[in-house]
Design a protein around this ligand. Structure first.
Ligand code: NIG
Ligand code: FE
Length: 407
């Protein structure tokens, strides 16, 4: 006997032969918070009523795996609308960063904020994501850039799980920028990050993976490599912000460390693509940042596809380059701006987002044995998810097999 069974609904399992893994007249069952059965209704082993304690007759719509936002900086102090105004007047993102604005202005605001303030503002930004069926979110540090403030950000990220029905996976991004105390001494700062900040954060159980910003305005591949060596000592998986504004070969370098993902990638070259294909590193595309910074160079989607590199997409929710808190809108941007198909966009926020977090064994598709996190949408076909802007067809979010109240 199953705990619950959902019938009279289409299933986009993301696990089938076609891009959506479609089952038109499907049934999905849950036992003890895991998916116990999934298939066509006509193949159910018995009459629906006799199979489960609770049977949900949905009268149409589609169920997909719950969404995963695999790249966010959603915990931060302040906002940067003034910088947005400057960019509209023609000042570039890199020039603002070099003048001490950009990431560093959010560092000042984040250091000044209390833990309670950081928590409250992050809750407000997370709510719209939850309402769109997100049940797992990755949250990075990287606006503290000193011991106390990095730990503070990571504690807040973890604490969000007590405030909202969401699972948070934390990423240590102490190497996001060189803070003012270490100006012109990026190597010294990187030593400090590797020797003191990362070990303390790991010691307190605050780190699930390690990331770095590899760029001319941040850290070189050699410097990031030192951080990845330190991460390896703690057996932590790594990710990288790479090839966003120029091609420094960051994605290829990270692939050598078996990186879970390389993110942004507008300037990714052939070597990087081949290295990522070889290591199974996911390409996480961030169309919100591309859009907000009015970039023109697109990530090499066709060549990533051809090479078989899995593509994920994420909001990159942050106060500078991507003040975005809608994963559905991000799916639309990925299609319109980067040329993904709606099925690729959906895979990008489910199956491949799970892979980008090393969680594919447990999440990202509707398959027996996986965590029963899925969403019922009021849509006629799965492509509708990427199609509209500013309309949320989420009907019910099922988390660990139980319909959730979104709090
Ligand atoms: O992913 N690229 C680096 N980091 C963030 C932006 C951070 C910021 O501008 O505050 C990103 O786009
Ligand atoms: Fe980012």
């Amino acid at each position: 006997m199953w705990d619950s069974l959902w019938v009279d609904v289409g299933l986009a399992t993301l696990a089938g032969p076609d891009p959506y893994g479609r089952i038109e007249d499907g049934a999905i069952a849950v036992k003890d918070g895991r998916i116990a059965w999934v298939g066509a209704r006509e193949d159910l082993p018995g009459p629906a009523d006799s199979m489960a304690a609770i049977v949900h007759e949905l009268e149409g719509g589609w169920i997909t795996p719950a969404l995963i936002d695999c790249h966010t900086h959603i915990v931060h102090g302040g906002q940067r609308a003034g910088e947005f105004e400057k960019r509209l007047m023609g000042v570039s993102y890199a020039d603002i960063a070099r003048a001490g604005g950009g990431i560093l202005s959010t560092v000042t605001a984040t250091r000044a904020a209390t833990e309670a303030q950081l928590l409250d503002s992050a809750v407000r930004r997370l709510r719209p994501l939850l309402a769109e069926g997100v049940t797992v979110v990755e949250i990075k540090s990287g606006y503290g850039l000193d011991l106390d403030a990095e730990l503070k950000m990571l504690r807040v990220a973890r604490a969000l799980q007590e405030r909202l029905p969401i699972e948070v996976t934390t990423t240590f991004l102490g190497a996001h920028a060189v803070p003012p105390e270490w100006a012109r001494n990026a190597d010294g700062y990187m030593d400090f990050v590797c020797d003191e900040v990362l070990p303390a954060a790991v010691e307190q159980g605050l780190v699930d993976q390690v990331d770095a910003f590899c760029e001319t305005i941040a850290f070189s591949p050699a410097q990031v490599g030192r951080l990845f060596d330190a991460a390896a000592l703690f057996q932590l998986p790594v990710k990288i912000h790479a090839e966003q504004l120029s091609d420094l070969g960051g994605a290829a370098m990270a692939s050598e460390f078996g990186a879970l993902s390389a993110d942004h990638l507008e300037y990714l070259g052939t070597d990087g693509i081949e290295a990522m294909a070889e290591s199974g590193t996911v390409a996480v595309l961030l169309p919100g940042a591309f859009y907000m910074l009015h970039e023109t160079r697109k990530p090499p989607v066709a060549r990533l596809r051809q090479a078989g590199v899995p593509i994920a997409i994420a909001t990159d929710s942050n106060p500078g380059s991507s003040p975005v808190t809608s994963l559905l809108t991000t799916m639309n941007m990925a299609c319109v701006l980067f040329g993904l198909t709606p099925a690729e966009a959906l895979a990008g926020v489910t199956r491949n987002a799970a892979k980008a977090l090393g969680r594919l064994a447990d999440r990202g598709t509707l398959e027996v044995g996986k965590v029963a996190d899925f969403v019922h949408w009021s849509i006629d076909e799965p492509a509708e998810l990427a199609y509209r802007i500013g309309f949320n067809p989420c009907q019910t979010v099922i988390r660990n097999g139980v319909p959730t109240l979104l709090g």
